[in-house]
Design a protein around this ligand. Structure first.
Ligand code: RFL
Ligand code: PHB
Length: 399
């Protein structure tokens, strides 16, 4: 079966879905191809923090009703250093807030709204392949669920929103692409627990025994993370051991972590990655397909949303005014923000984790880095500015 559209979007993550909404807003057709089922993408537990700009965009696109009802607006975060507590007050320092609203809830809202508009989003497609990306007539082929027939999508542009492991990035020839990698020697063990919130804001706790993060999902479900070895086996972590470590690493006078039954647990490795350029011919990469940040800065989802705002603006300018300059500068525009997010995520990661075999001198410097944020209003404001909003695209430019 042969189908024609203007933009073929590979991947129904935050990047792909948000792009389809932005294009639809401007009357541009797209087809989203997703290899997993709707249930699977709507059930995968990942990010939780939405930057100021991401929430504003959701609201402006009429996608924010449930986020406004069920998400939690936070006016800061708490840094905890070996039991000492310090609030980085975002509202007071930079006049902005963040919203804690789970990524899979964002996905549900974006999928439901897109389906209501008629989509199309094709789930459970297989053998996705990109063709002729450096011509004016690129194509994507795949197999659609329940059919053996090849589905061929002719388009003007391909948006590679297929995450780190997707096929799109490989279509930028190796000779035309630079990849920058950093692997950290630890991972995060993340849990979901049935318990009431222990804190009204997120707690980032530096502890001699390792980093811990107290986050939330709802009045009944909490999200918590522990630094573990990169190749740690989850089977070594009984629920008892997890709670003992969480209590130990977050302990502070006059405060107590509330525990409860653990309903989900998993370990993810931490790394940084950037692909430069993020475009080749008529192929444009967005989100995790082009870059990965360690989760300590809570930036991954927000970077994905930032990319597709730049891309949508370029595609709209192409169809409306025949302009190609914004598309030509897509990669450079994005990479400026991406590298600043990489820097911030690296900074938060290096400041907050215990590094294996760390020299005593380096440990003291790390404690001084944390003390600097606690003592200097400028340092705290710099952290607040990066945490709440690294977006560069004015909202009006994509509406
Ligand atoms: P996604 O979400 O990975 O979506 C890619 C989609 O492409 C599909 N796909 C394919 N489809 C068709 N054919 C193929 N061959 C395909 N191959 C793949 C996949 O099935 C998938 O549906 O990428 P996207 O859209 O770029 O979004 C990126 C974000 O998901 C990611 O950066 C964040 O989850 C990172 N992240 C966080 N980001 C934040 O902004 N704030 C946070 O608080 C935050 N916390 C986190 C995180 C990521 C974590 N993990 C699990 C890595 C916490 C954790 C623990
Ligand atoms: C989360 O709630 O999942 C979360 C919060 C903050 C982070 C990373 C993840 O830095």
């Amino acid at each position: 079966m042969r189908v024609r559209t203007q933009v073929a979007i590979i991947g129904a993550g935050p990047a792909g879905l948000m792009l389809s909404h932005l294009l639809h807003r401007h009357g541009i057709e797209s087809v989203v191809l997703e290899c997993r089922s709707r249930e699977e993408i709507e059930g995968t537990i990942r990010a939780g923090v939405l930057e100021f700009g991401t929430t504003r965009l959701m609201t402006a696109l009429d996608l924010g009703a449930r986020m406004e009802r069920e998400g939690h607006v936070h006016d800061g975060i708490e840094l905890r250093v070996n039991g000492r507590r310090f609030k980085v007050d975002f509202q007071e320092l930079v006049g902005k807030t963040i919203t804690v609203y789970a990524q899979h809830e964002v996905i549900k809202d974006l999928v439901a709204a897109r389906m209501a508009q008629g989509g199309p989003i094709l789930f459970e497609v297989a053998d996705v392949a990109l063709h002729d990306v450096d011509s004016h007539h690129p194509r994507v082929t795949c197999r659609v669920a329940g059919s053996d027939e090849v589905y061929e999508l002719e388009c003007d542009f391909i948006a590679g929103c297929d995450g780190y492991h997707g096929p799109s990035r490989q279509h930028i020839p190796a000779s035309a692409r630079n990849e920058y990698h950093k692997v950290y020697p630890y991972g995060w063990l993340g849990i979901l627990a049935e318990a009431p919130p222990s804190s009204p804001i997120l707690i980032y706790s530096h502890h001699a025994g390792g980093f811990a993060l107290v986050s939330t999902r709802s009045p009944e479900i909490q999200r918590l993370y522990l630094q573990v070895d990169r190749d740690e086996d989850i089977r070594n972590w009984s629920d008892d051991r997890i709670w003992t470590e969480l209590h130990r690493r977050t302990a502070a006078d006059g405060w107590r972590l509330i525990d409860g039954p653990i309903i989900q647990k998993s370990i993810v490795g931490m790394r940084s990655f950037v692909c430069d350029p993020m475009q080749y011919g008529r192929l444009f990469l967005a989100g995790d397909a082009a870059h990965i940040v360690p989760p300590t800065g809570a930036k991954g989802l927000n970077l994905a949303v930032g990319d597709v705002q730049v891309l949508a603006r370029g595609i709209v300018a192409y169809y409306r005014e025949g302009r190609t300059d914004l598309l030509a500068s897509y990669s450079a525009t994005c990479l400026d923000r991406v590298w600043r997010a990489e820097r911030f995520s690296w900074y938060m990661t290096m400041m907050l984790h215990r590094h294996p075999n760390q020299a005593e001198f380096d440990y003291r410097i790390q404690l001084a880095e944390l003390a600097h944020v606690m003592h200097s209003r400028h340092a705290a404001a710099a952290l607040a500015e990066c945490y709440t909003d690294l977006s560069t695209e004015p909202l009006e430019s994509v509406l």
